[in-house]
Ligand binder design. Structure first.
Ligand SMILES: CC(C)(COP(=O)(O)OP(=O)(O)OC[C@H]1O[C@@H](n2cnc3c(N)ncnc32)[C@H](O)[C@@H]1OP(=O)(O)O)[C@@H](O)C(=O)NCCC(=O)NCCS
Length: 172
């Protein structure tokens, strides 16, 4: 059963706002999205012909100030699994460590993260410690979404997962 959640709620007890505050020292802060980010998130998705609208509370963004949003990641919770769906770094900001920054940020909150990687992003996830897993571990709706996606043969999706030593915050 699909559970609606916010990143804050999913952190179950982690003081997320404090983590964000600590990050303000960086020139491009990672922060939880707010309603004003909707257009920026949409623009990032358009760069990759992705469509969909999200609850901003499920998204983290990297704020590049006057240059807009450099990227975002959305967490989705299905059953007791947390999925990155999706992560996007603008082409203007790629290969500068920002995708890694977002995922490491999420890994400081979630011990166990699953993703259906686009084939082209498999190397990115491997570099961050994710390993391929079988489709049987993926939510049925997500499997169907990929199976019937018109981009399937170009995308060549790869289900992947990372499990960190538990810090007692997993919902499993
Ligand atoms: C995949 C994506 C998020 C990576 O973001 P990024 O900011 O460019 O990646 P980073 O600079 O943080 O790279 C982190 C590491 O992954 C590696 N990496 C990044 N992209 C890679 C790729 N396409 N293939 C192989 N390795 C890659 C980098 O070399 C780096 O390794 P290092 O830490 O050893 O130097 C970005 O390319 C993107 O938005 N792509 C389009 C949307 C997409 O496919 N999203 C994933 C959907 S599942």
């Amino acid at each position: 059963m699909r559970a609606e959640m916010t990143i804050k709620r999913a952190a179950s007890g982690v003081d997320f706002s404090r983590r964000i505050a600590q990050n303000q020292k960086d020139s491009m802060p990672v922060r939880q999205a707010n309603p004003d980010d909707a257009r920026g998130i949409e623009a990032l998705m358009e760069e990759y012909d992705m469509v969909g609208s999200f609850d901003y509370q499920q998204c983290l963004v990297i704020d590049a100030g006057a240059a807009g949003l450099a990227g975002f990641a959305r967490m989705d919770c299905v059953g007791n699994r947390f999925y990155i769906r999706p992560i996007i770094i603008s082409t203007r900001f790629q290969r500068q460590g920002l995708g890694k920054l977002l995922v490491e940020y999420l890994l400081s909150i979630f011990d166990d993260i699953t993703v259906i990687a686009r084939g082209s992003a498999e190397g990115f996830y491997r570099a961050l410690g994710f390993s391929p897993i079988g489709w049987e571990q993926i939510d049925e709706d997500f499997c169907r979404e990929c199976q019937f996606c018109p981009d399937l043969t170009d995308c060549i999706p790869v289900p992947m997962r990372i499990i960190q030593p538990t810090r007692g915050r997993s919902l499993v």
